[in-house]
Ligand binder design. Structure first.
Ligand code: HGY
Ligand code: MN
Ligand code: MN
Length: 413
């Protein structure tokens, strides 16, 4: 097919579906709170499964709650899969994850309306707990799907609010009957907002994503001695709060000192007993380190843990570190990357090749099949923020590139 004969996606239908899904877990002032396996996530799953079935797709829910819908092809072969996630962070937007799943369904609807079938079947998936906000690690559902995390271990994972993945999956009715890892896929294409400022700053319409940077999440637990804020001399304190603060400052300074693409974020920090007049005896907090260079990422991890141990010792505080997630940098397959470049060019869209700063299910699927991603610009580079926004034209263009990429992949010899 040349670009003049590809069916065109229906932009209005895609935009309307994003708005409709965005109502599930909607926050009063805008944005979405749909933490994995909450009731809001259940509602979004129900809504998405209903749309998959309305397109005549066969829907499978597997034992970790991944939803995989199949649009049969002319031949019985492994499908070309599109997908992403529909769980969000606590202050999420309409597009992170949701856009990739709904654009996949828009591709199916467009082909269905045109009465078109590809040689290989097509699949659209939503993966459980991509965000890793409530349960760690992130990309948990796709990791189980590719055999990177045993199902039992994933189900036993306890969330930051108490219940385990298994308990919550059962509670919301998404502990599915399908075996994990099925169907095996031919290739995987994930359409996603960039979530960063690069495409917008460079005035580019499509990101040709070459890979994903490395991610290392560590949880620190510091145990000091609670004491009276008014009677305890400074020299007698074992202040877990002080040590946590020093480590947080060190993490920022470490990223600035290493420079390049090194990133460091302290996103969670819980003091106990968390009272104005008590020297905290315990602090639990997280450090998120990222880098496209795995050697530098490992150096950052080593320096961080060494500093944490030394700062805790100096204050007479115990320090425990627990790895919550670690993913090495991933390079996507040229089969997919070059198809994204070809189809974006065929549509006359300006492009930029770049790595992904955010983690995605595509980096996990890349372990079992050729995988790649398509980015569209994020206004102001904002994401994981209720003001997350991508212009309708960009959303539509990205979905059209997705349609053409999967069409070529699914019809190749
Ligand atoms: O943390 C990430 O990069 C992704 O949003 N889970
Ligand atoms: Mn995402
Ligand atoms: Mn995200």
């Amino acid at each position: 097919m040349t670009e003049t004969t590809f069916p065109r996606i229906h932009a209005e239908r895609l935009l309307a579906s994003l708005q409709a899904l965005g109502q599930l877990g909607a926050l009063p002032g805008g944005g979405v709170n749909r933490l994995a396996l909450t009731d809001a996530d259940r509602m979004s799953r129900d809504w998405t499964v209903q749309r998959m079935r309305a397109l005549g797709m066969e829907v499978h829910i597997d034992a970790i709650g991944n939803g995989i819908a199949i649009y049969p092809g002319q031949e019985e072969r492994p499908p070309v899969m599109m997908g992403s996630h529909i769980d969000t962070v606590r202050t999420g937007g309409l597009y992170d994850g949701n856009y990739g799943v709904l654009a996949g369904l828009e591709v199916i609807a467009t082909l269905h309306d045109a009465g078109l079938r590809t040689r290989r079947p097509l699949a659209v998936a939503f993966f459980t707990n991509e965000e890793g906000a409530r349960f760690q690690p992130d990309m948990l559902g796709s990791l189980v799907y590719v055999g990177g995390l045993p199902l039992a271990e994933a189900l036993a994972t306890q969330g930051i609010d108490g219940p385990t993945v298994g308990e919550e999956l059962s509670r919301i009715g998404y502990a599915g009957p399908a075996p994990v890892g099925m169907p095996q896929v031919d290739s995987y294409v994930e359409l996603h907002i960039e979530q960063g400022p690069v495409l917008e700053q460079q005035g580019k319409q499509i990101g040709i994503v070459e890979g994903v940077q490395g991610i290392a999440w560590t949880e620190f637990t510091l145990e000091g001695v609670s004491n009276h804020a008014g009677t305890t001399p400074m020299a007698m304190r074992h202040d877990a709060g002080l040590v946590a603060s020093r480590i947080a400052v060190f993490a920022r300074e470490l990223a600035l000192r290493l420079g390049g693409r090194q990133l460091a974020t302290v996103g969670r920090m819980e003091f106990r007993p968390d009272l104005v007049n008590v020297v905290p005896n315990q602090v639990v907090f997280t450090v998120d380190l990222r880098n496209t260079d795995d050697m530098l990422l490992q150096q950052a991890e080593t320096e961080l843990r060494a500093f944490a141990a030394q700062a805790a010792k100096a204050e007479g505080v115990q320090c425990r570190a627990r790895q919550l997630a670690r993913f090495a940098p991933v390079a996507f397959d040229p089969l997919v990357v070059e198809q994204v470049a070809l189809q974006a060019a065929a549509l006359g869209l300006s492009t930029l090749r770049l790595p992904s700063g955010a983690g995605h299910d595509a980096q996990i699927l890349a372990r079992v099949c050729p995988a790649g991603m398509i980015f569209v610009p994020s206004a102001g580079g904002l994401s994981h923020n209720v003001r997350e926004y991508t212009a309708p034209q960009d959303l539509a263009q990205g979905a059209q590139v997705l349609l053409q990429v999967v069409w070529q992949l699914a019809n190749r010899p």
